[in-house]
Design a protein around this ligand. Sequence first.
Ligand code: B12
Length: 215
Amino acid sequence: MNTKYYDVFIEILESENKDQSLNYVLNLLDEKKITLEELYDEILAPSLTNFGCNLKDKEICIWKEHTRTSIIRTILECTYPYIIQRRKTISPVNKKVLLFTPTDEYHEIGAIISTNYFLLAGFEAQYIGANTPKDDIISAVRSLNPDFVGISVTNHYNLVITKKITDELKETFPKVSIILGGQAFHNQNALDSIKHDYILYNANEIIDFGKKVAK
Ligand code: B12
């Protein structure tokens, strides 16, 4: 995808104009200038990941980051009808994945976007929330009986609780495979310390994974 769309979007986003930001990307989708994957991977995700604030007053940086996150969340929710449309054209994988962020992990945009990638790859995918307590995760897996759980971790401080969660998941549900994702696993030591079956980083990897595990 041409970075032109990203550059224009960032300019609008910097003015914190929610309506214009939303209309700009929805028009790109409607006019088929970009795909949903390009919107998520090349526009929305980097608009957050590259967020920097050079202002001296850090308090201002905080509400600016929150405003930006809120605009991105609104855009994400508004793309759901496009996912429904796309799913009518995709072969189902016939596998279920349950996604969440662990206790104390409030960064959830990556978990929501990756849930959408799983849906676009033909999985049944359900996002059960951010900052999810271990017991609620165990209860959801018991009730929903997924083939996979997808755990999104951003902050490396949350690796300790993630390890407790994955240890218990493996012990209680040995047949459920664990997929890890998120910025905390860009570090190999972090990855080595947590029980898992797969690590996936982006839309293409999730789509290839779907083809591999399709029933
Ligand atoms: C937005 C944001 C917040 C928001 C989050 C709002 C929300 N509802 O999600 C709020 C304001 C809550 C927040 C809080 C904090 N934040 Co913050 N935050 C960010 C910011 C700017 C963007 C994160 C983001 O959404 N990125 C976009 C998403 C789409 O990218 P992603 O998560 O990587 O996801 C992609 C892939 O990784 C993958 N993926 C992700 N998960 C999964 C899961 C699976 C299964 C798969 C297959 C794939 C996958 O798919 C996604 C799409 O490509 C980052 C900056 C950065 N560099 O990212 C800092 C950042 C992550 N935050 C940081 C910090 C320090 C904090 C705070 C501790 C600040 C504080 N002092 O209070 C708190 C911690 C809160 C907590 N307990 O979790 C640090 C983390 C540093 C570290 N230790 O690792 C960062 C890097 C900022 C920095 N440069 O210092 N933050």
